[in-house]
Design a protein around this ligand. Structure first.
Ligand code: PLP
Length: 394
């Protein structure tokens, strides 16, 4: 029996707690509620994250999904317009596209769990396609040079969903710096934890000006620490609706010390990931997801498949592991449960062209969280339980 919880986070660092308490003592929790010349925790967080990524602008938001939603509006998605996205992603991604009035068009997934470049090029070449919302699902980074080339050659605007790639890189360049805009999440199960929260980052003046207004700045936009030249607001300040979705100073206070430790945390995740990968690699019939040498990833979860295990064996296998304390997610499950990420569960989508490759990849795929509350030595125990249960189910 494995006793640790797969959903147990690390405690919030004491420094972050102290800083949150300090904010509460002031009573000034709203981001624009500042004394003369004071920078709020939210302001400081935005500067810190923009510096971390090496981008001009950062806007903190109420959630990652909200950041994606306004990012799509800011780049110009109009009602009924097609937006390409990975068929393997999480529900808030097609949800944000739908919220922005767009029509998600799903792109096939490779065995490495990245977007299929051939299917992408084919779909991006359609004359009515102008946007790609690229989701680095479960932290798997596709060949970003190839993606940027495809987008450039077909005039497609790239928006990155970096919910699982905060701290990741492609050929030394930070994930979230390849497209026109990128979005991150600070929700509990991502790489920094405020319960809820998100970021929109960009180097584009026009996008940032609009994003600030959409997020609910009223006419206080010039309080933002990462601010485009004022002329940009002449155009957008009164013509852009307020879709209220700000972050508050309490969350920002909790996040700032976590962001300062992010790279250390990512190292720790990767050492747990390496231990898990090694232990799982001994399982009979297992295929671990391949990672590119060009990718610096953050191993906050691990994916593996059993291509030869018949679909009817998966429910008993997952239940057997659960009974012994190992929480696995069968991505290919026909019925949605928990954090489902199977595209055919999103019944509000327009009927999509068949996605046989994604179907096949997901049908035998297992997803496992790696919380930082685990130790390297847990990997052996987990793999042993999986191995025992596999034997019993076959
Ligand atoms: C969590 C997640 C989001 C959205 O983040 P929230 O902050 O929960 O809205 C977007 N994309 C992916 C792939 C995610 O896992």
């Amino acid at each position: 029996m494995f006793k640790k919880s797969f959903t147990q986070q690390m405690p919030i660092p004491e420094g972050a707690i102290a800083s949150a308490v300090e904010v509460m003592r002031t009573g000034r929790l709203h981001r624009y509620n500042t004394l003369d010349g004071e920078l709020s925790e939210t302001d400081l967080l935005e500067k810190q994250f923009a510096d971390y990524l090496g981008v001009k602008y950062c806007l903190s938001c109420a959630s990652g999904g909200y950041a994606i939603y306004i990012a799509l509006l800011c780049v110009g998605v109009k009602a009924g317009e097609k937006v390409l996205c990975n068929a393997f992603t999480l529900a808030p991604v097609p949800g944000a596209i739908t919220n922005a009035g767009g029509e998600p068009v799903l792109v096939e997934t490779t065995a490495d769990l990245t977007i299929d470049l051939n299917d992408l090029a084919r779909k991006a070449s359609q004359p009515d396609v102008r946007y790609l919302l690229l989701s680095h699902m479960r932290g798997h980074v596709a060949d970003m040079n190839a993606i940027v080339d495809i987008c450039d050659s077909y005039g497609v605007t790239l928006i990155e969903d970096c919910a699982h790639t905060m701290g990741a890189k492609w050929r030394g360049k930070a994930s979230g710096t390849f497209g026109k805009v990128a979005c991150f999440s600070a929700q509990t199960y991502k790489h920094i934890n405020a319960g809820e929260g998100g970021f929109l980052v960009t180097n584009d003046d026009g996008v940032m000006a609009k994003a600030i207004i959409y997020s609910g700045s009223y006419m206080l936009f010039d309080q933002h620490p990462t601010l485009p030249p004022k002329e940009w607001f002449d155009e957008v300040a009164c013509s852009t609706p307020n879709y209220s979705g700000r972050m508050d100073n309490l969350r920002a206070a909790i996040l700032r010390p976590q962001l300062a430790r992010l790279d250390r945390q990512c190292k720790r995740w990767n050492s747990l990931y390496a231990a898990m990968e090694d232990a799982l690699s001994w399982l009979p019939g297992v295929v671990l997801t391949k990672r590119s040498d060009d990718e610096v990833f953050v191993g906050s979860s691990i994916q593996f498949s059993f291509p030869d295990l018949p679909a009817e064996h998966f429910p008993a296998f997952v239940r057997g592991c659960q009974r012994r304390g190992v929480a696995l997610k069968w991505v290919g499950a026909p019925e949605p449960s928990g954090y489902s990420s199977k595209f055919n569960h999103w019944q509000y989508l327009a009927p999509s062209a068949p996605l046989p490759q994604t179907e096949k990849v997901l049908s035998t795929l297992i997803d496992m969280r790696i919380p930082l509350t685990f130790e390297e030595s847990d990997a052996e125990v987990i793999a042993q339980i999986i191995s025992d249960v596999l034997k019993q189910t076959q």
